[in-house]
Design a protein around this ligand. Sequence first.
Ligand code: FES
Ligand SMILES: [Fe+2]
Length: 399
Amino acid sequence: MERAEQVAQIKLLMSRLDAGMNVDAGGFRRNPTNVYADPDLAEREWQTFFRGHPHLVGLTGDLPEPGSFLTCEHLPTPVLATRDDDGRFRAFVNACRHRGVVVEERNRGEARRFTCPFHHWTYDTEGTLVGLPNPEHFGNPDPSCLGLIELPAVEDAGLLWVHPDPDGAIDLDEQLGHDLRAELASWHLDELSYLGWDDYDVACNWKLAMDTFGETYHFPALHSQTLNLGFHGNVQCYDTHGRNHRMLLCKRDIDGLRDLPEDDWEITTAALPVYWLFPNVQLMPFAQGLHLVRAYPDPRDPGRHVSRITWYLRPEPAADTETRKALEMISQRFGEIIRDEDYVVSASQQRTASAGVLDHVVFGRNEPALHHYHETYRRMLGMDPLPLLDELGFVPEIS
Ligand code: FES
Ligand SMILES: [Fe+2]
């Protein structure tokens, strides 16, 4: 983030703290609860946002050298991503061209050859079929015709993008916009190294998992003994970038900046930036690394999803064993808070949504990210917008 932008955003956070104000969405919205439970909508989301949309499968540091690979089994297309012998990022459908077995089951690792367990057809890092037993029984096939099916793949500013459709296109200017691309690049994400990961299989719709990142109004209540100790709740900065947005969650360390010259202000001291990249990514850079959360629907059940959480480190802390160990523990703890606090209420929200006991829930004026996210996905699916309301229209009870 540019220096001038950092200072401007820190001043805005301070002024909101001083005034006891939060960012204002300009009104309320009622969000129908069936968006979390409707199987037809879930199918449309799966086709439009997951099969028909580029996805972030990792960071440059996930594939640190030629021969590194990772897989993603949560997208409609099982993906095998590699760094080939020339150092180029590649992605393939992780399905053997013989009889369709998933070729590489491991989550990540180093390999120059990928051998299918069924009959040992073998592929290299460029997806080329480089060996098969008894080729004469298959007419000595031209290996170039039976390579893994390649997927569109782009490595940009440290981010690894894959389109799950072999005929799909990746246009990051269209998807992120020039300004957001530039800001993401300013974090030098290509310098980060992989630290660890976890998957959380949660009984809630993937959008409920995303929603929990959309405001800090809940910090003093739900996170009273955890995140609230480090953050001022219910105050943030918020900006949209097309279908994406950026939130700046206000850290309590901002208070110490008031006595320092502006030249010494760092946004990572004052705030945790949260980039919500449509449709399913929360990207959170901090001074020593990055937390990345991606939520994937269960295509068979709108009431389930898997969140994949991965952690990364900047070069300096990565080089020091003790610091690395400490940051690993902090990152795991951060994930546990999401799992054991946020996702517990997300699953609770799912129970009432699935039961159909409420027609709608409410997005407050202090929850603009929820307004924007839900309006965005509705627009992309051709659904009616949710009206912005001046008042909720509750009828007061008369005793
Ligand atoms: S299915 Fe892969 S080698 Fe036969
Ligand atoms: Fe939370």
